[in-house]
Design a protein around this ligand. Sequence first.
Ligand code: PHE
Length: 443
Amino acid sequence: MGVAPREKWNSQAGFVMAAVGSAVGLGNMWRFSYLAAEHGGAAFVALYLVFTLFVGIPVLLAEFALGRGAGRSPIPALDHFGGPGWRWLGWLFVLSGFLILAYYGVIAGWTLRYAVAGLVGFSDDSGGFFAAVSTGAPAVAWQLGFMVLTAVVVIGGIRRGIERVALVLMPALFVLLVVLALYAVTLEGSGAGYRQYLNMDFAEIFDREVVVQAAGQAFFSLSLGMGAMLTFASYLDRGHDLKRESVVVAGADFGVAFLAGLVVFPLIFAFGLQDDVGESSVGALFITLPRAFSEMGAAGSVLGVLFFLGLAVGALTSAVSLLEVVVSSAIDQLGWSRVRATVVLAALTAVLGIPAALDTDWLGLMDQVAGNLFLVFGGLMLALLVGWRMADPIGVAQEGAASSSWLSAWRWLLRFAVPPILALVLLGSLGATWDAVTGFFGG
Ligand code: PHE
């Protein structure tokens, strides 16, 4: 058969940037800042860091190893290493990709709209503005616009689309955040923000809800548990040091989240808006922060536009990786062309997202189910597959790199530490999901 050879990344830096681009997104800014604000600042951050180091990095390396080793999309890759009995997990990954991208595109649409609106200055009635942005036809229109952007990049393919965009946009986003964080230092009254962000409330560390959300956040933020990193790694050559690359990607992801906190908290506190944040998942970023920008006057306009553009950029490179899971699966399973797969599946995802565009409570529910529960479950299954079922995971992970005792520790973690931890987290997540479902349908 005349099957075209599978595309490959152009350079090592290109792959790493694309993986960082997948990891860094709304998760680092929108999700991270509201969870940190809600769950005791530094206690949440510390737990999230622990999960990133001891659960996130091992599962990330597992996805990299599976992807590169099989050189195929998730369903055949899981079949290759686990046997046909593991194919369903690949289907679950595809489903997660659909569901997460469906609501992710909605929030990304808001960020685009905010960036454009900020050009003429942010309104001081930011609650009213958010209500207008997040309901009705405008919300759907901006979501669709964002999905079109995502589809254009994915149609470009690995080298000409995803890699090129990540290589330009990721460094730009990082520089932008550093500038904003430095600016925040100069604001009078920002000190209280740092204190809230960096002060530890130890009691929170033992709270079930905080633990569940910190673990879920580590998965969401690193794009784990649904085959995005696996799929990206399937376009790799041999000769990559995957363990190093997984540490670099996780480090960059944590760094950007931490940096985003150093922007959001001081800004909110400098303008005395902390009581405004409230309990909602959208409050900090989409209501309180724009008010801070509006109080800053002209400078706030410029900073706010840059901030929301940066968010949109992060969202784009993440959305691309979500869509790539679904698209690469259609290419492998159905034999579709890249263009056809992208157009059809992006359209389908956009339609699936419309209810979330019209109702932020529904959006929150989708995030709890697909963005937390499914990812934690997927991570648990991946750890079991690589830790217990695969014959020689160390050999597969190490191909092309020097052997090291680090990889034995990795395998040990995947066997004995990650599964029990994730099983516990999964129980907690089931509880949180149950609460979310009954809350949604009950009231
Ligand atoms: N990691 C992305 C973010 O932080 C979201 C994402 C989740 C992307 C799962 C791909 C897969 O925004």
